[in-house]
Design a protein around this ligand. Structure first.
Ligand code: GLC
Length: 572
């Protein structure tokens, strides 16, 4: 395809290293395990991997609390294991981007240990330290992960700021030495050949320097509506209440300049990628000078993927992009409920159809898709049944908070289990042996395995079943790869008032192709008349119709939940 970068053509797949494949049988995923699954990923048809943090970490936030930016967590392997993984991925034509946490380090990072050792230490100013006020913290700021955003440290009789956990002290990015140290670490992996970075939590890098008290109120009701601190839905009152509390702690000036600086570092290397964990379109900069990609998070922030929701999202998102900027879509990650659980309604066949439509959407909308490991076999959320099995700290805090509020323990457990991010982080299900082939039988895995591995939710069960979710993924990924319009084409919404099906065109110039995409999101059959500069089309993918079937565009029938992609024949 003319002039497209690799990351514009690629389908990304997020690996959560702790849960993907356990190569040494200790109950925790690792690089030997991941390397052994590269053929599986190649065969699946993805092009690039986003690896959640693999760095040494005390794992308070499952690796998002990094204690050494230039090494590998010993439980995941060695630097050599990493290099082998990268090499083997590259040999198969798979790119690899890393997860880079800028906002904070672990409290056990050498930088923080030094910074907290004395008020005069040269690294004191690498973090955000303040004196207390009236015997308490410097102001009333909160951490969306629970409790205050300040932690008292007796060694120097001062407080340090942490937006996330107290084990995740915020770096002071106004200190140029912090930048230099970070950029050196960024170069370390780029020198080794990694293809770019996913940038964690960029919106919270700076705080208002005056540090005024917020005047919001975190009520119990609001706390329950927040999904680990982030408004998960679209309720304007919840969003407004959230902003009132956190607006001094996020979205502050300075991030653009910092991202531009980082972009210059990354541009020292040919063809690398930066994707920001933010929905903020402004971080594309002028389309060339900040981040290459930003996630279209608004699309996933709903309980129902309706045609109207998707169309409105595309209309708003695509129209806001600066010239040259490339969209990026996702419905999943390690923080979110899995698609089956989020958009399904508990009716197995319908839920499976909805999960398939979700993939179809990702692979046919304009932009780079990001998929999450396990979705391809239809993994669903697992609701933990014992608080001792929880790992995700905000949910453990939430559980105790609910109990302190008088909620009965079973109900507190139910609420925490539904909300905890552990729900989507359970070990990958490779086969139907106990432990789902993730770890050897008898080993205690770091999170319990979802018992539905016994019901066919495994790679081994689905591999040879042509009607499985896994083979659906492979077919769709292959269709996308073979359809230039789906990768590079523009997007034109059709039948914009339909509440039941989504229809749109994707049209590319070089090579020339026009694809009609129809996703029937209802359980009704529809006869649709398309007025297009072609009267018929060739089916290139359908969950119902034979491939290559010639279809009339007048009275085109789509069956319940059908996914149809057809190539238009040019006007006669
Ligand atoms: C991002 C990560 C999340 C993590 C947080 C703090 O939102 O996706 O998993 O807990 O940043 O690093």
């Amino acid at each position: 395809m003319t002039n497209l970068k690799w990351w514009q053509e690629a389908v990304f797949y997020q690996i959560y290293p702790r849960s993907f494949a356990d190569g040494n049988g200790d109950g925790i995923g690792d690089f030997v395990g991941m390397t052994g699954k590269l053929d599986y990923l190649k065969d699946l048809g993805i092009d690039a991997i986003w690896l959640s943090p693999h760095f040494p970490s005390p794992q308070f936030d499952v690796g998002y609390d990094i204690s050494d930016y230039v090494n590998v967590a010993p439980e995941y392997g060695t630097l050599d294991d990493f290099k082998r993984f990268l090499d083997e991925a590259h040999q198969r034509g798979l790119r690899v981007i890393l997860d880079w946490v800028l906002n904070h380090t672990s409290h056990l990072h050498q930088w923080f240990l030094e910074s907290s050792s004395s008020r005069d230490h040269p690294k004191r100013d690498w973090y955000i330290w303040r004196d207390g006020r009236n015997g308490g913290p410097p102001n009333n700021w909160l951490s969306p992960f629970g409790g205050r955003a300040w932690e008292y440290d007796a060694t120097t009789n001062a407080y340090y700021y942490h937006y996330f956990l107290k084990e995740q002290p915020d770096l002071n990015w106004r200190n140029p030495e912090v930048k230099e140290a970070m950029w050196d670490a960024v170069r370390f992996w780029l020198d080794m050949g990694v293809d770019g970075y996913r940038l964690d939590a960029i919106g919270t890098i700076y705080e208002n320097p005056e540090m005024p008290d917020h005047d919001g109120a975190l009520t119990d009701d609001l706390r329950r509506k927040l999904n680990h601190g982030f408004p998960a839905g679209t309720d304007p009152d919840v969003i407004a209440a959230w902003q009132k509390i956190y607006h001094y702690q996020s979205g502050q000036p300075g991030v653009h300049e910092l991202m531009q600086e980082l972009r210059r570092v990354v541009d020292e290397y040919p063809d690398r990628l930066l994707v920001g964990e933010s929905a903020e379109i402004s971080y594309y900069g002028d389309g060339t000078n900040e981040l290459h990609l930003l996630f279209n998070f608004p699309l996933m922030r709903t309980n129902r993927l309706t045609p109207a929701w998707i169309r409105a999202n595309q209309h708003s998102r695509l129209s806001q992009l600066p010239p040259g900027a490339w969209p990026c879509n996702t419905l999943n990650n390690h923080d979110a409920s899995r698609v089956l659980s989020r958009y399904g309604d508990g009716h197995a066949a319908r839920d499976a159809a909805i999960a398939r439509t979700s993939l179809a959407l990702m692979l046919t909308l304009r932009g780079t898709p990001f998929l999450y490991n396990g979705e391809e076999i239809g993994m669903s959320d697992y609701h933990l049944t014992d608080i001792r099995h929880f790992v995700d700290p905000p949910s453990i805090m939430y559980y105790h908070q609910e109990i302190a509020n008088g909620v009965p323990p079973e109900e507190a457990l139910r609420r925490a289990a539904k909300d905890t991010r552990d729900r989507c982080r359970t070990p990958f299900q490779w086969d139907a042996t106990p432990n789902a082939g993730f770890s050897p039988v008898g080993v205690r895995t770091w999170l319990p395995v979802n018992p539905n591995f016994a019901d066919g939710v495994t790679v081994a069960d689905q591999q040879n079943d042509p009607s499985s979710m896994l083979n659906f993924y492979k077919d769709m990924l292959c269709t996308r790869k073979e359809s230039p319009a789906l990768i590079s084409g523009d997007y034109q919404a059709l039948h914009e008032t339909s509440k039941e099906y989504l229809a749109f065109l994707r049209r590319s110039d070089s090579p020339q192709q026009t694809c009609l995409v129809v996703l029937n999101l209802s359980d009704q059959t529809h006869q649709i008349d398309f007025e297009l500069p072609a009267s018929n089309a060739r089916c290139i993918f359908s969950t119902q119709k034979p491939k290559n079937a010639l279809l009339s565009l007048n009275g085109l029938e789509v069956t319940p939940f059908e996914i149809l992609i057809a190539e238009l024949h040019s006007a006669a």
